[in-house]
Write a new protein. Structure first.
Length: 214
């Protein structure tokens, strides 16, 4: 099976030296890519700005690695890869906002500065808007809500986008070796809430691929 995995954060520039990003380490997506490769899948990993040693590990495992930095970088890569993949695991922590970048470096000392944030588009929703027959799509969500509310919200968004599964995480998972998470399927709960090492959760995600017939 051809598996496309996204991992890591996006960065949106404020000026030539500063940017808006998030705390994602990319560990979750990289663990999925490594597990999928070990299971015999053909893996392409779209990887954000994380430590370069991750690239070497993924390449050594047989993954094709392509890098992105910004939201637009990732959008272009997804547009080029999605049509030819059998499964997408969208674990990248895509930034929800961008700002109009300024050339050079904004000087300090000039008083308060206002950054006008513009929402980014829903990449996964856009990919699935025309349907994805014959593909498995696994999304991710980070929700600072009680567990049942977080699961209900994820289920509603799944129905709107046509996603097959959603991995719902607590914000505490970002940058951590563990994740408090559950996996929601179209029919219910594929994996209940629990705190697990990300490597273990990655194995559960890869098992979902074996359950689907491509």
């Amino acid at each position: 099976m051809r598996v496309l995995v996204t991992a890591g954060p996006t960065r949106e520039p404020i000026d030539n030296v500063r940017f808006i990003t998030n705390a994602s380490s990319g560990r979750m997506g990289v663990a999925v890519a490594l597990d999928a490769a070990a299971a015999g899948h053909q893996v392409t990993l779209l990887l954000g700005p994380v430590c370069d040693d991750v690239v070497a590990r993924a390449a050594a495992a047989g993954c094709i690695v392509k890098r992105f930095v910004t939201f637009d970088d990732l959008r272009v890569l997804l547009a080029g890869e999605f049509a030819s993949t059998d499964a997408l695991v969208m674990s990248a922590a895509v930034g929800d906002f961008r700002v109009q970048a300024r050339a050079g470096k904004i000087p300090r000392g000039g008083g308060p500065i206002t950054l006008n944030l513009t929402p980014t588009e829903d990449l996964l929703g856009g990919l699935c808007a025309g349907g994805h027959a014959g593909k498995i799509v696994i999304g991710f969500a980070v929700e600072a809500l009680p567990q049942q509310e977080a699961a209900d919200k994820a289920r509603a968004e799944m129905a709107a986008k046509g996603v097959d599964y959603t991995v719902v995480n607590s914000p505490a998972a970002m940058g951590s070796e563990e994740s408090l998470a559950c996996i929601i399927s179209r029919g219910g709960v594929a994996l209940p809430w629990a705190t697990r090492p990300k490597a273990q959760l990655a194995g559960e995600i890869v098992k979902l691929l074996a359950l689907e017939k491509i």
